[in-house]
Design a protein around this ligand. Structure first.
Ligand code: NAI
Length: 316
């Protein structure tokens, strides 16, 4: 039974994953390389929670506005009823209070599940699994949030490879419920079952989490489809067929996508798109060569929303 969770890496994914667990009433240890980085993650969690509370407060008011826009006049009593039935709130302090910021591996000792969301680099992740072998008890399940790296290789660096698995969240996990569950070659069935049961009982800010089992193959399901689409969008711009904005409008208005490929790339992180494309090229061949522009964007630090600049400029 998974009751206490550890999250290693308090970046954009790690901090948001920790928030989902704490939102579900679980005790969480959030660890980064030092306290300054962990506190940065805690700050992100506070922002996520205050945005969520604002959304919850505004929801009934928006609903009243929507109904009145239809020409339906509501009485004060009806408005109060909408506020009463739709209005909900969260206890930010107790959610935050369940997350213990840390820079010390020893704090993870009594976690039933530890998920790593550190840099997307196979050798850094392998090293982490070796370090965790020294600290965690034999029954802890150790998961990776990797988008593109080999879990079978990470498992080979852990003392109990049968306890190792990928739990791949999507950005942002508090609104996107999918979790791709990817066993390594060595993963025990009992680990898969425990992880499935655990995630099936959790919810994010919007709905229940949706774990799906996927085979270990580059890109799994979602990225295998999304990343080539973003690559194709970049090629279209490179060939002068349309500009960035036009491509985004085309895919939103012509394909019903909620975000265009470039908006999505900025959201996911241009650096992540770049790294995943490199592993796609290795796995699937030269169709996945990224346009050169992407390389220069990486050098310039135009990594998307998190850096204030990506395909679009977010600096006001
Ligand atoms: P990020 O760069 O925002 O955060 C990574 C964090 O890990 C940093 O705070 C860094 O200091 C910390 N870190 C690095 N090495 C560490 C170590 N040895 N011990 C403790 N902390 C360490 O990265 P992001 O975007 O959160 O990605 C993390 C992982 O999640 C990657 O594997 C990535 O592929 C995956 N992922 C990312 C998604 C995204 O949309 N950004 C979506 C799904 C998965």
């Amino acid at each position: 039974m998974i009751k206490k969770v550890g999250v290693i890496g308090a970046g954009s994914m790690g901090s948001a994953i920790a928030e989902v667990f704490a939102y579900n009433g679980l005790d969480v240890i959030l660890k980064d390389q030092n306290m300054e980085l962990t506190e940065k993650g805690m700050k992100n969690i506070k922002r996520i929670l205050s945005d969520f509370e604002k959304y919850l407060k505004e929801r009934p008011i928006k609903e009243i506005g929507r109904i009145e826009k239809l020409g339906i006049a509501l009485t004060e009593e009806q408005k109060n009823l909408i506020v009463k039935n739709m209005g909900s709130t969260i206890d930010q302090d107790s959610i935050i209070g369940r997350i213990k910021p840390s820079d010390n591996y020893n704090d993870l000792k009594d976690c039933d599940l530890v998920i790593e969301a550190i840099f997307e680099d196979q050798s850094i992740k392998n090293k982490l699994f070796e370090e965790l072998s020294e600290i965690l008890p034999d029954n802890t399940i150790v998961a990776s949030n990797t988008s593109s790296l080999s879990i079978t290789e990470m498992a080979a660096h852990y003392k109990k490879p049968e306890n190792v698995i990928i739990t791949h969240f999507f950005n942002p996990p508090y609104t996107l419920p999918l979790v791709e569950i990817v066993p390594a070659l060595q993963t025990a069935d009992s680990t898969i079952t425990a992880v499935f049961e655990f995630f099936s009982a959790l919810r994010n800010h919007r709905e229940k989490l949706v774990p799906v089992k996927v085979k270990e193959r580059t890109g799994f399901v979602v990225n295998r489809i999304l990343i080539p689409m973003i690559n194709e969008a970049m090629k279209i711009v490179d060939e002068g067929i349309a500009d960035i904005k036009t491509v985004d409008i085309a895919m939103k208005k012509g394909a019903g996508m909620p975000m265009g490929p470039f908006e999505l790339a900025d959201y996911v992180g241009v650096d992540i798109v770049y790294h995943v494309l490199r592993s796609f090229r290795e796995a699937f061949g030269d169709n996945y060569i990224a346009p050169e522009t992407l390389k220069y964007m990486i050098s310039a630090g135009w990594w998307g929303i998190k850096k204030g600049r990506g395909f679009y400029n977010y600096k006001k």
